[in-house]
Write a protein that binds this ligand. Structure first.
Ligand code: SAM
Ligand code: SF4
Length: 326
């Protein structure tokens, strides 16, 4: 297993398949004209599989596909089926727009758990947040996947004044539906105009839920990013990913591989290591991986202050979320 200098083993690889997306969530994609990476600079399907095999040979046993929107990639099916042959738990994070085309592929690939993004239960707000009129289609696809028996987690980026009024609507959804809602504190990335007063924290979210429900804390695993809860007799659960107000870096086991083949050892890391160029030259990339993970900072890429109210987004050196792979 690849270890960092804080004795954290890294067994979880998140691969971004593309920086392209069919939605335009303002907190993820910079507003100014964004230039997508040309296809030749993206990892090709065989390169993704070959690099993944190197990670798997060195202790990775879980792979998540992400992006951009991973399912807009034309060869997504081929990549999913090839990765499913490795000895890993395979999962995916998606915006759900193309899920109806992939349910059978997921079953064939033994993908059981899906992380799906949905920040609002209101069609007009969905249009405002994503700049695309896809709410009904997305919601129908989510319902379809739940009916087909997938373990569905819903990622809700929580933003003060934008969707904090819907927290208990999401919790109400978990009453009769086995759906697992994950409220994510809004994070700063290049070009997303983050300010600390838009963060709605774990503490604030819990206070809102407790106004209406009796909240039961659930046990968390050492690598869990989400603090999980349920409400008595609800079929589903809700949780909070408290990156900004209560980070969880001490149990971090994650490595990120961007669509253009760079390793990032943290969502907020400044430094990246270019694996794809070395791989294309026929070099051994394992020493590059080991060196990159060895240099992982203790917390938040060494960039974010632990008091998020003191963070100035413009001082952070990073990519936009869509080019990292969340
Ligand atoms: N397109 C897919 C989707 O939307 O699920 C996968 C990629 S998306 C970048 C992965 C996750 O990152 C999504 O759940 C999204 O909501 C989250 N995300 C993007 N920007 C974020 C931000 N600024 N703060 C918190 N979460 C963010
Ligand atoms: Fe696309 Fe997902 Fe980013 Fe929204 S959050 S723009 S769906 S990649």
């Amino acid at each position: 297993m690849i270890m960092d200098s804080y004795h954290r083993g890294h067994n979880y690889l998140r691969i971004s398949l593309t920086d392209k997306c069919n939605l335009r969530c303002f907190y993820c994609m910079p507003e100014e004209e964004y230039e997508f990476v040309p296809s030749a600079k993206l990892m090709q399907a065989d390169e993704i599989v070959a690099l993944a095999k190197i990670f798997v040979a060195n202790g990775v046993n879980k792979i998540r596909l992400t992006g951009g929107e991973p399912l807009v990639r034309k060869d997504a099916k081929e990549i999913i089926l090839a990765l499913s042959k490795l000895n890993v738990t395979l999962t995916i994070t998606t915006n759900a727009t193309r899920l109806h085309l992939f349910a059978d592929v997921f079953e064939e690939a033994h993908i059981h758990s899906l992380n799906i993004s949905l920040d609002t239960l209101k069609p007009e707000k969905f249009l405002f947040l994503t700049r695309r009129n896809e709410f009904n289609h997305v919601k129908n696809n989510i319902d379809l996947m739940i009916r087909r028996g997938f373990h569905v987690k819903i990622n809700v980026v929580m933003m003060k004044g934008l969707n904090d009024d819907e927290i208990n609507d999401f919790v109400a959804w978990t009453k009769d539906t086995p759906v697992h809602v994950r409220f994510i504190e809004f994070m700063p990335f290049s070009g997303n105009k983050w300010t600390s007063n838009q963060v709605f924290t774990l503490h604030e979210i819990l206070n809102v839920v407790k106004e209406k429900y009796e909240v039961i804390p659930l046990t968390n695993g050492v690598h869990d990013t989400a603090k999980a809860f349920t409400v008595n007799k609800h079929l589903g659960t809700f949780s909070v990913i408290s990156t900004m107000s209560a980070p969880f870096c001490s149990g971090c086991n994650r490595i990120r591989l961007t669509a253009d083949g760079k390793i990032k050892n943290c969502l907020f890391s400044k430094n990246e290591t270019d694996l794809l160029t070395a791989f294309r030259k026929g070099e051994d990339v394992l020493p590059l991986i080991v060196q990159n993970i060895g240099r992982k900072e203790k917390e938040l890429g060494g960039q974010l202050l632990s008091d998020f109210k003191k963070i100035h987004a413009e001082d952070i050196h990073n990519r936009s979320m869509i080019t990292i792979g969340g």
